[in-house]
Each structure stands twice: as structure tokens, then as C-alpha cells.
Ligand binder design. Structure first.
Ligand code: FAD
Length: 398
């Protein structure tokens, strides 16, 4: 008799788990609360789907997950993921920075190919099925939906994702389902998220985007190296790629109440060190340049509005210091609706790193973002979903 496996969640992890389990002889059904599979796959990379990176290893993930990530990528790494996609018909290309996309630049191409494989393998999908409770009783799992419908299974794969962008389906209910079996949940917090600051500069500079460097500070200590990227000033605070990339330690500290004092340091002139910037100002003053022209050509004109008090010959040392390290107090993050990922989730020490089976409940498997595995921006989340999903399906089928 074929093993009946129900997969809760039809995102990247659930779909790959379904394919590998079905290829290995299991009778598979995906229970998905949304009216279609793969909503986040379709949204990823702004619809282009940044599905992988040329460089893939554990250093791109949270330290708590490093061991399991390393083991997973050793068994199903970049080349295996690429071969899997090539084999189902997806052609890809890599950008100069190593990010890999479908040749068509469309996430939809990838989803169409995955759907075709699911259909060929006879994987069934029960859509609009929002799992509310999961129990193990009489030797089988009973999966109940909010609609009152129930499903039965020999094994269950929990691939319900994290908590970010809840309108795309994953709203943290997977954590509750795991908790009901006694799993410890590392407090989930929004990750890769814009930051809220009451600083007047943000309101004055609203809409201004520049290339700069950002660094997070907790209790006045820098907790990460400077990251270069876009900095966007907004009515509510700070956004842009550099801010998203340094947002995690701030979000963790504020949301888990580890500190109230979180700041971001911005280097607004990353192409000059402080001494060279000071010399540049001295040269300008010597040429008779005054007022707004002291910063003209170095920063967009709008910056003169926030720098008025420093655009004087006797203030240029202070001006250079401020432009190289201006501090912004952060009060909150923009929260789940604008966070790309979730930091936190089911404690990875409570699953078998080789089989992905729960150490709390035999026959229950967990994979993807529901676990406390948090990768950097730029494909590492999906890479984890693909690899952990594929290996979980494989072991659940055996
Ligand atoms: C806007 C956006 C852009 C992104 N861009 C990228 C990118 O370019 N590269 C990258 O690597 N990552 C990106 N990510 C992150 C990435 O999409 C996710 O980390 C990854 O898809 C997680 O896969 P998953 O299968 O574990 O979870 P999900 O994709 O979240 O899938 C979980 C599925 O479970 C379903 N579900 C949840 N609870 C229940 C329940 N109770 N009952 C039934 N079904 C349920 C959900 O509806 C969902 O379909 C992006 C995320 C967002 C929001």
C-alpha cells in the first residue's frame, strides 16, 4: 500500500517535497489555504524569481541554523537544485552578482513547469483548505480545516512557511500547528524589513534615494559590518536595500525586547573617507564656495535643507563627521506586511537534520521557512525552501 502523505502548504518547500515524495512512490496531497499554489514563488524577485545564487553555503544563514543548512546543501546543493530545475525544463541565467533567474525572467514559467510535474505525478491539491488543527490519533494524522473538512494521512509534512506578507498565505499558523506537538518556537520577528524613525531628516528628505552605507547599532555598539546599497528616506523612516540588509538584528532586538536603544548609522558619502571629505570641503571654501554649494555635487540638492546649520567654513569638520556617520534612532520596524522574511520559527534542534522528521512526533516532518532558518536577501530563502523541501519529501516517502 502506498504511504499517504499530506503536505500542509504549497509554497516552494511544499511543492518540492510533493514532487520528491511522489517520485519515490508516495500518494501525495497538498493542503493549501490559498486558491493557488506558490504565491510567494510568483512574487519573489519582483515577479522574476531570484531562485538561486552561484554561491550557496551556510555562511548566508543565521548561526543557529548553520549546522543543518550545511548538511542540507552538502546533500542537495546549488548544482543539484539547478539540475532539478533543468530536468523539469527550466533554463536559467546568472547575473554578474551571482543571482540566478529563469531565462524568461518570469516566476510564472517556473510555476507552470512545477504544476506540470505535479500533475504528471498525480499529486492532488486541496486548495482553499486552511488547516486549523493537526492531531495524531489511532495511528494516523487527522488534519482539520476551518471549513470543517478533514483529511487523514500516514505522514504529514508541515511546510506552512513563516509569517511575513500574510496576505500571500503564510500567517504564522504553521508555528501553532508545530507548537501543538510540543515544539519550541523561536519567537518569530519580521526580517528584511523597512525601519521606523521619528528623525526629522526622514520627513524632510522623503522620497530621496541615494547610494550609501548603513550599519546597525544596539546600545550604541555596532553589531554588523557596514553594508553598501540603496538608502531611501521615507515619511515613516528608512528603507532601501542597505536598510533591509541590516534590519534583522534591529528587528530581533526590538521585537524580542532585548534592548530599547536601536540605531542606524548612515554613511552618506561612501566614496570618500572622512579626511578626504574634509579636504574636499577645505578646497571648496578656499575657492570661495559657500552655503549650499559646499555639498553640491556630493549629495542631491535636497540634503542642503537638513544641513543648513553646518554649511559654514567653521563647521566643515563637523559636516564631514555627520555625513560619514549620521545616527538615526529606530523605534519599530514596518512589521509583517512589509517584511520579506521571518526570523525565528521552529527550533531546528528539534528535528532530525538528515530526515527532517520531528523529534516530538514520529511521522511529522518540517521544512522551509516554518523552521528557524533565516537566509540573507537575494535568493537564500528560496534556496533553503527548495533544498529542505526536496530532501524532506524523499525521507517522508521511505
Ligand atoms: C514579496 C516577497 C519577495 C520575495 N523575494 C524573494 C527572492 O527574490 N528570493 C528568495 O530567496 N526569497 C524571496 N522571498 C522569500 C521566499 O519567497 C520565501 O522565503 C519562501 O517562498 C518560503 O517558502 P516556503 O515554502 O517555506 O513558505 P511559503 O512560500 O510561505 O509557503 C507556505 C504555504 O503554506 C500555506 N499555508 C500556511 N499556513 C497554512 C495553513 N494553516 N493551512 C494551509 N496552508 C497554509 C501558505 O498559503 C503558503 O502557500 C520573498 C518573499 C516575499 C514576501
Amino acid at each position: 500500500m502506498k504511504k499517504k502523505i499530506v503536505i500542509i502548504g504549497g509554497g516552494g518547500a511544499g511543492i518540492l517535497a510533493a514532487i520528491s515524495a511522489a517520485r519515490n512512490g508516495a500518494d501525495v496531497l497538498i493542503a493549501e489555504r490559498m486558491p493557488l499554489l506558490g504565491k510567494k514563488v510568483l512574487a519573489s524577485g519582483a515577479g522574476r524569481c531570484n531562485l538561486l545564487n552561484e554561491t550557496l553555503d551556510a555562511s548566508f544563514y543565521n548561526p543557529e541554523a548553520a549546522k543543518i543548512v550545511e548538511q542540507v546543501f552538502r546533500r542537495f546543493g546549488k548544482e543539484d537544485i539547478l539540475s532539478f530545475f533543468r530536468e523539469i525544463g527550466l533554463w536559467t541565467y546568472a547575473e554578474e552578482d551571482g543571482r540566478i533567474f529563469p531565462l524568461t525572467d518570469k516566476a510564472l514559467t517556473l510555476m507552470d513547469l512545477l504544476q506540470a510535474v505535479l500533475a504528471r505525478l498525480g499529486v492532488k491539491s486541496q486548495l482553499n483548505f486552511s488547516v486549523q488543527s493537526l492531531r495524531f490519533s489511532g495511528g494516523q494524522f487527522i488534519i482539520s480545516a476551518s471549513s470543517g473538512e478533514t483529511l487523514h494521512a500516514d505522514k504529514v509534512i508541515l511546510a506552512a512557511g513563516g509569517q511575513s506578507y500574510p496576505m500571500m498565505g503564510s500567517d504564522g499558523s504553521g508555528f501553532k500547528l508545530a507548537k501543538d506537538f510540543g515544539h519550541r518556537i523561536v519567537e518569530p520577528v519580521p526580517a528584511t524589513v523597512p525601519l521606523i524613525s521619528q528623525d526629522v531628516w526622514c520627513r524632510v528628505l522623503e522620497g530621496q534615494k541615494i547610494r550609501g552605507r548603513a550599519c546597525p547599532l544596539l546600545d550604541s555598539k555596532k553589531v554588523m559590518p557596514w553594508i553598501e546599497g540603496d538608502i531611501l528616506f521615507t515619511k515613516y523612516g528608512l528603507s532601501g536595500t542597505a536598510i533591509l540588509d541590516i534590519s534583522d538584528p534591529i528587528s530581533v532586538a526590538l521585537n524580542r525586547r532585548l534592548t530599547k536603544k536601536a540605531m542606524v548609522a548612515l554613511d552618506l558619502v561612501p566614496f570618500l573617507d572622512e579626511a578626504s571629505l574634509h579636504r574636499e570641503f577645505e578646497r571648496r571654501i578656499a575657492r570661495g564656495m559657500t552655503g549650499n554649494s559646499i555639498v553640491a555635487g556630493l549629495l542631491p540638492p535636497k540634503f542642503a535643507l537638513v544641513l543648513q546649520d553646518f554649511l559654514f567654513p567653521n563647521k566643515i569638520k563637523q559636516l564631514a563627521g555627520i555625513l560619514k556617520e549620521r545616527l538615526f534612532y529606530i523605534s519599530e520596524t514596518k512589521g509583517w506586511n512589509e517584511a520579506e522574511f521571518t526570523a525565528g520559527g521552529v527550533d531546528v534542534r528539534e528535528i532530525d537534520p538528515l530526515t527532517f522528521e520531528s523529534k516530538k512526533q514520529k511521522g511529522l516532518y518540517l521544512c522551509g521557512e516554518v523552521l528557524d532558518v533565516n537566509g540573507r536577501r537575494g535568493c537564500y530563502q528560496l534556496a533553503w525552501a527548495w533544498a529542505s523541501g526536496y530532501l524532506t519529501g524523499l525521507s517522508a516517502a521511505h
